[in-house]
Design a protein around this ligand. Sequence first.
Ligand code: DAH
Length: 342
Amino acid sequence: MQQQINAVWEQLSRELAAASDTAGLEQIRVAYLGKKGQITGLLKGLQKVSVEEKKTLGQLINQLKRRAEESIVQTQERLAAEELERKVLSAEKYDVSLPSAEKKGSYHPITLVQRDLEDIFHSMGFNVEDFSEIVDDFACFESLNIPKHHPARDMQDTYYLENGQLLKTHTSAAQNSIMRKYGAPLRAIFPGRCFRNESIDACHENTFFQMEGMMIDEDISISNLIYFMKTMLSEVFQRDVSVRLRPGFFPFVEPGFELDVNCQICGGSGCPSCKHSGWLELCPCGMIHPNVLRYGGIDTDKYTGFAFGLGLTRLAMMKYGISDIRDFNSGSLKSLSQFSAK
Ligand code: DAH
């Protein structure tokens, strides 16, 4: 019987070493330790031996049983680790044509607002134009009726390159070349990044986004301007908004206005965000100055037009309730990844 015990152990050891999955291991366990298993059989066989042999053999068989149980547990652990590894490996195999299961990136809040506006204006027949961030003095100032030494330049200090070009201070810098490119009639918007030499705080940045728009045609009046602004803002905020115009001075429009929208936070009743006025300043605009049209090669006897310069950064702050402008350029994914497209 002792030989039989050794043989059972050797056979079990071989089978355990060869076991390749947990289902197979369970079969081995039943074959040895189950009710009709080999080791259980050995224990039952003890009934037939003498009392003396029972003592020594009993010890051996119990020892065998313990070792068998321990080895099965060890094999179980080995197989579980192997199975896990197989799973990880198969997950690592990837197919370039499949979309990633990982969390995808998200759009920057300014991109989201910009795309919204592009869709809205596109549906109203406006072209969407792209324009360089580096421009010359003529584009940024002269063609906009801001000659050298004009005090309006003081508000738009910027960064100059050694060749005399500069980083555009406003999207209006594209007006001239877009007029020259398309002539009249014209409907275009041109979003873009702008730069100013500003001291930075929660409300001021040296790098920010605007979206300029122009509409030039016969008989364009302030009513058209109000209509387009109101429609656009109602779409952006997804509700009917009220707007009001206040006089504002910009050398490239005459008359020029500051367009306010009723405060979207309190609805117009007055709150800290609108400094209790019920209105938020949103979009300077006006009727394009004849000098500017002329610089653009437009016949001022036939055509008039309006222009507006929407602060995209400001609009994104309002839309998403972002109180610190520095968040936009922070590169902090923690705050920027909270925005997603609709
Ligand atoms: N370019 C001006 C700025 O950044 C904003 C502006 C005012 C644009 C009036 C316009 C306009 O088109 O009509 O300060």
